[in-house]
Design a protein around this ligand. Structure first.
Ligand code: HEM
Length: 302
């Protein structure tokens, strides 16, 4: 072994106050690392537990799991922006390119949920999942909270209902996604929403406090003279996440739940036709970038 590597190893353990000898000797006996241990393949492939015998339910579970992994990759990128001390244009561009690529993966693959999936079987196995819904995916919400100040996740008409200095919990009472399960007339929540809030409200509040002043939008606003390229990337990500993905998702919901004029109830019980459509939600992470054009029309101009 070259002397310099040996002496660097000695230095490393000396810094830790450790004797390097047993560590080096351990190398004589340790087993070689394998692909399957490193990637934890066996654990990963044992996570699918269909509740019925319909073949497509397996596809449905795996595709949701793939989506969760991609969202995890996206949060990994967004956290580097949120946690950066000095956010440069270079860092933002690099991270946005990845975020767009990951969102594109979700958009271009979503037809796995539609093409080849038996309409009849889906409408049977989905009933065994009531009241669970993709709506309860917390990673979608973590991403949103990291991307934009929480006020932007509240419909404009509701802003007047907020107190002067709302805390995270108050914001969460008005956040747009509650519309999927909260009935303001009866002041009651669907089971889907209640279970979701019981599990995640506290964690969402922590994320909101942590992201305050540090969201992707805040970091972008700190950049002086942002280039056209950066602005374009911000808009492309906003449009992909808040319009293109919601549209492929909505079209799939429509295919399965509203054929021949009949609108079926969703497992999460929302008024899904309205709730899921971007033209009703008009959600955007970066509102000031859409003064001259609309996030809904972005695609048409590309
Ligand atoms: C056959 C496939 C699918 C159908 C028919 C479908 C249908 C629906 C419906 C009707 C809702 C509204 C809430 C409710 O009442 O349940 C919803 C919400 C949602 N679903 Fe899906 N979904 C499908 C696949 C997926 C997949 C693969 C994901 C990825 C994790 C997903 C993630 C979500 C999310 C994040 C929401 C909330 C959207 C929002 O708040 O704007 N869905 N889905």
């Amino acid at each position: 072994m070259p002397e310099d590597i040996l002496s660097k190893i000695k230095d490393k353990y000396a810094e830790l106050g450790e004797n390097p000898k047993p560590y080096l000797e351990g190398l004589l006996y340790s087993k070689p690392i394998t692909y399957w241990d490193y990637v934890d393949v066996d654990a990963l492939l044992s996570l699918q537990k269909p509740r019925t015998n319909f073949k497509d339910e397996f596809v449905f579970i795996v595709y949701h799991q793939i989506t969760e992994l991609v969202l995890k990759l996206m949060i990994h990128e967004v956290e580097q922006i949120v946690n950066s001390d000095e956010t440069t244009e270079k860092l933002l561009k690099e991270k946005l390119k990845r975020l767009i690529r990951y969102t594109d993966m979700l958009i271009t693959s979503f037809d796995v949920m539609k093409e080849g999936m038996s309409h009849k079987d889906y409408n049977k196995f989905r009933l065994t999942l009531t009241p669970a819904s993709g709506f309860q995916s917390a990673q979608f919400r973590f991403l949103e909270i990291y991307c934009t100040p929480i006020l932007n996740l509240i419909h404009k008409e509701k802003h007047s209902e907020l107190s002067e200095q709302p805390d995270a919990n108050e914001y969460l009472e008005h956040v747009y996604w509650r519309l999927a399960g909260y009935n303001p007339k009866t002041k009651s929540r669907s089971t889907t929403l209640k279970l979701f809030e019981d599990k995640y409200l506290g964690i969402f509040a922590e994320y909101i406090d942590k992201a305050k002043g540090n969201t992707v939008y805040d970091k972008f606003n700190q950049i002086e003279d942002a280039s056209q390229e950066l602005i374009h990337l911000m808009k492309a990500f906003d449009n992909a996440y808040n319009v293109k993905w919601p549209m492929v998702h909505y079209n799939t919901a429509k295919y399965f739940l509203s054929k021949k004029g009949e609108v079926k109830a969703a497992t999460g019980g929302s008024e899904w036709e309205k709730y899921l459509h971007p033209k009703f939600q008009k959600r955007t992470f970066f509102p000031k970038l859409w003064v001259e054009d609309s996030i809904l029309d972005f695609d048409k101009k590309e």
